[in-house]
Write a protein that binds this ligand. Structure first.
Ligand SMILES: Cc1ncc(COP(=O)(O)O)c(C=O)c1O
Length: 451
């Protein structure tokens, strides 16, 4: 095993030191279910290193991760890709900057915009029908947006997105760099890419990328990594990570990052998971009424299955899978359900999913395909994100929201956690209809700005 942090902390835990420091469990077996984890759960003391100063075995583990992702540098994060997105925007754009956002960005981007007082502009991905999901961004749209506003310093795009769609990062990076803007990639869902033969965003030309190791690797919840191409000062990145992160980063999470990366390098099990997803997509397309998302620009381990063309919604399919078959999906929406697949599903999880979908396919009725989703009317900014999100607000039921009111908090169906409206945007009658029709099961209230 090539796990410098795990080895260092395991050796320290075996020294039987009297630990008069945090955490309060002192590495002892006081919570039986956590048995082997507690001895490794240290704090910044002798020989354990310090995340924010980049020393010791933590740094060695970060260097191993950087090597694996073919990135000049890597910083561990214990606040998820949320912390990664905040840190990237702080380091690459800075307070008061103009930033171009993929409209399909996670809500943490809107939170960063408020904290850093960023002025957002947006590019909208094309919709993939009949799935009704966000697809590819057009590099020409990014080019146009950057030409219109030469003061934009950074562009943030999501790739892969929740449904597994990968953006053309080399083309987008070329456009950004031609305009002198940095490209930041939210690759929260793509930490496993090198294990399935795909490049990391840094290899494809991005300046920074954040990966949620807890989403698709074996790492503990919240553990993530920030990859850097070296075009942004490493000290500024650490400063940002500590600004938006806890002052007591979890060593258990950091060890899990070290172990999860090493597990990716041990064998070809992620490749096997990708092959199993490929086989399941073919099976569903041929033998069921459900419609798997397929294509070359997808995460090979993500399974998106649409109910479009049947009399069921994606939410209904996901709920039935759970209630009748004990199969829990990652998320669902009106037309789709999404499963995250890793080698840990290669036991019988995937067989259970396939059998359940085969059974349910016999129960659903085929219908005409739904009409393409009406595009969301492009929102008009009325206030800065900062003033709207950090200012006074009152929460109203959708039926009481009047056109002309200003959105105060991101209006975000969760998952996928992508805001339909950003703070500071004016709410129109079309938005209210859109939310009522498309987000009926997740959003019934909106926070509106109160001057
Ligand atoms: C696309 C995307 N980016 C960022 C995040 C935030 O990641 P984390 O939960 O690791 O903070 C999420 C969370 O679901 C996400 O889906």
């Amino acid at each position: 095993m090539n796990t410098p942090l795990y080895h260092a902390l395991r050796a320290l835990s075996q020294k039987h030191t009297a630990r008069f420091h945090m955490p309060g469990h002192k590495g002892k077996d006081v919570l039986p279910d956590f048995g082997p984890i507690l001895p490794l759960d240290f704090t910044e003391v002798y020989e354990t290193g310090n995340l924010y100063t980049g020393e010791g075995p933590i740094r060695q583990a970060e260097e191993q991760a950087a090597r694996f992702y073919h990135a000049p540098d890597c910083h561990f994060l214990t606040g998820g890709s949320t912390q990664g997105i905040h840190t990237m925007l702080y380091a690459a754009a800075g307070a008061g900057a103009d930033v171009l956002f993929d409209r399909n960005c996670h809500k943490s981007a809107a939170h960063a915009a408020a904290m850093l007082d960023l002025s957002p502009a947006f590019v909208f991905p094309k919709t993939i029908e009949p799935f009704g999901i966000p697809g590819l961004l057009c590099p020409d749209d990014i080019d146009r947006a950057l030409s219109q506003n030469p003061s934009i310093r950074a562009v943030l795009v999501t790739s892969p997105n929740y449904y597994g769609v990968r953006q053309d990062i080399p083309a987008i990076a070329a456009v950004c760099h031609a305009h002198g803007a940095k490209l930041l990639v939210d690759a929260a869902h793509g930490a496993h890419f090198p294990a399935v033969g795909l490049p990391s965003p840094i290899q494809e030309g991005a300046d920074l990328a954040t990966l949620s190791a807890h989403k698709t690797l074996y790492a503990l919840g919240q553990s993530a990594m920030l990859l850097s191409s070296g075009t942004i000062d490493s000290d500024r990145l650490r400063e940002g990570a500590s600004l938006f992160g806890t002052s007591s980063p979890s060593y258990a999470m950091m060890v899990s990052l070290d172990l999860a990366r090493d597990a990716l390098e041990q064998d070809d099990s992620y490749q096997k998971a990708a092959e199993a997803v490929h086989a399941l997509r073919l099976h569903l397309a041929e033998h069921t009424k459900f419609r798997p998302l397929t294509g070359n620009d997808l995460d090979p381990c993500r399974l998106t299955v649409s109910t479009a063309g049947t009399d069921w919604t994606g939410d209904q399919l996901a709920d039935t899978l759970y209630e009748r078959f004990g199969v829990a999906c990652e998320m669902s929406d009106a037309r789709n359900m999404v499963c995250i697949v890793t080698p840990a599903d290669l036991d019988d999880n995937l067989d259970r999913l396939r059998e359940a979908l085969d059974t349910l396919s016999r129960e659903v009725q085929q219908t005409a395909l739904p009409a393409p989703l009406p595009p969301l009317p492009v929102p008009r900014p009325a206030l800065s994100v900062r003033r709207a999100l950090l200012g006074n607000a009152s929460t109203l039921f959708l039926d009481d929201v009047q056109p002309g009111m200003v959105c105060a908090r991101p209006v975000t169906p969760y998952p996928p956690g992508v805001p339909v409206l950003w703070p500071g945007e004016e709410i129109t009658a079309e938005h209210i209809v859109f939310l009522r029709n498309q987000c009926y099961n997740t959003i019934d209230r909106i926070s509106v700005y109160q001057p």
